[in-house]
Ligand binder design. Structure first.
Ligand SMILES: CC(C)(COP(=O)(O)OP(=O)(O)OC[C@H]1O[C@@H](n2cnc3c(N)ncnc32)[C@H](O)[C@@H]1OP(=O)(O)O)[C@@H](O)C(=O)NCCC(=O)NCCS
Length: 149
């Protein structure tokens, strides 16, 4: 089940922070996540099974743009279309609001994520050399006119 988080407390922010750490090895502190959700700067969609969160996509609102700050699925839940369901929810939200684009950066070797974004017609618009340790970031954006879902 996919849901958009409309209310958060410290406990939920801690779960999101721990999940981010499990998937990415880095994380925002729960206090920051909580503050930014309350301020409507971070928006999360989560995927749950039996009330347990096993995947999320999070965006940061920057003026009239949405920036994907993370999409992650726990390893044992991958390849079951969960990322696609999360992206569908994000896209639906994007299409119903006045944001002009969705942007993100991704490691150049992250083929799974790049395929996912390309399947939604995200376009590459730049590269940040060595943005990650010894690895470049590819910058993608989806402008409203190109969004198909
Ligand atoms: C990238 C990630 C979110 C995909 O999640 P997922 O739930 O397994 O993906 P889905 O099953 O919904 O697949 C959706 C699409 O993604 C692409 N994809 C997913 N896994 C892939 C893989 N192993 N190889 C190539 N493409 C892949 C495909 O385009 C796929 O569509 P298709 O099945 O029609 O070909 C997941 O691998 C993950 O959490 N990775 C670690 C975190 C990360 O790197 N996040 C992205 C950077 S922010």
């Amino acid at each position: 089940m996919i849901e958009k988080i409309n209310y958060a407390d410290y406990g939920l922010a801690k779960i999101l922070s721990d999940l981010e750490f499990e998937i990415f090895g880095t994380n925002w502190q729960p206090e920051i996540i909580l503050q930014k959700i309350i301020q409507n700067e971070f928006i999360y969609w989560i995927h749950t099974t039996n009330s347990k969160i096993n995947a999320y996509v999070a965006v940061q609102v920057i003026d009239d743009e949405l920036h994907i700050i993370g999409i992650g699925v726990k390893e044992e839940f991958r390849n079951k279309n969960i990322a696609r369901e999360l992206m569908d929810s994000l896209l639906q939200f994007f299409l119903n609001k006045d944001y002009v684009c969705i942007r993100l950066e991704v490691r150049e070797t992250n083929i799974a994520a790049i395929n996912l974004y390309k399947s939604y017609l995200f376009q590459e618009y730049g590269v940040r050399e060595n943005y990650y340790k010894n690895e470049s970031a590819v910058l993608f954006e989806l402008r409203k006119l190109n969004a198909i879902r």
